[in-house]
Write a protein that binds this ligand. Structure first.
Ligand code: UDP
Length: 238
């Protein structure tokens, strides 16, 4: 534990993180990889909670394309996060990491409802807690959920795991000369419209002085490096 800068963290995984090379759903190897990365930091004694997205299955913003009402589509998106949450729980339990899933709305047969005190209890018992179902409200995102739950459980940092190794001043695929930004303030992100997390999530982090680390999940050991205080990726703070 001595080497760790952060001992209580909220990891945000997008649904996309589970897709792997395929275009949709959950890739077995990727699930295994992510579970192992989580186990490696969990072993260090970090109190770790996870908020998982659902974009690999369904996004409410795609409602129009399906001719589905937006609010209904958002609930479908929230349900997708539960599917992902259960798959992550399974991946973690399989390698010996005690994990509980809590959902923002009741799904009694398969998971606990979100109860802050119980989540804190699980973390205290050394269990990973996966928060699924987003905030439970339409028009929000799982990034906002991550900021919210992080504040609620007293996390010291939001670990925003992505497919790129940080935030760039332009799209690095379209603009090879794009420069990686190592340190940003919340206001930089909001004013420059940088695509880190949505504005609601950033504002919530800013109001609660929660730093955000943006880093490449597929770089082995990246979660651990961030928790050790290494400045990989981009760091957003006050
Ligand atoms: N969603 C919602 N309220 C929330 C969180 C999520 O309505 O509090 C819905 C929304 O439709 C969103 C979908 O769930 O598109 C999946 O979440 P998100 O897009 O944040 O997942 P990610 O992009 O991280 O995979």
């Amino acid at each position: 534990m001595q080497t760790l800068t952060y001992r209580r963290a909220l990891l945000k995984l997008s649904g996309e993180a589970l897709v792997g090379e395929q275009g949709y759903g959950i890739d077995a190897n990727t699930l295994q990889y992510i579970s192992a990365e989580i186990r490696d930091v969990h072993k260090l004694g970090v109190a770790l909670a996870v908020v998982i997205g659902g974009g690999n299955i369904f996004r409410g913003t795609e409602a129009q394309a399906y001719g589905i009402e937006r609010v209904t589509a958002d609930y479908m998106g929230m349900l997708a996060t539960v599917i992902n949450g259960l798959s992550l729980q399974s991946g973690l339990e399989k390698i010996g990491v005690a994990t509980r899933v809590q959902t923002a709305f009741e799904m009694q047969a398969i998971a606990e409802p979100y109860i802050r005190e119980r989540a804190l209890h699980h973390l205290g018992e050394g269990r990973v807690v996966v928060f699924a179902g987003g905030t439970g409200n339409p028009y929000f995102t799982t990034d906002t959920t991550a900021a919210l739950r992080a504040a609620e459980i007293g996390a010291e940092i939001v670990l925003k795991a992505t497919k790129v190794d940080g935030i760039y001043d332009a799209d690095p695929v379209a603009h090879p000369e794009a420069v990686k930004l190592q340190q940003l303030t919340y206001m930089d992100v909001l004013q420059r419209g940088l695509k880190v997390m949505d504005a609601t999530a950033i504002t919530l982090c800013m109001d609660n002085r929660l730093p955000i680390a943006v880093f490449d999940l597929m770089q082995p050991g990246s979660i651990r490096s961030v928790l050790e205080g290494k400045r990989i990726g981009t760091f957003v703070g006050g």
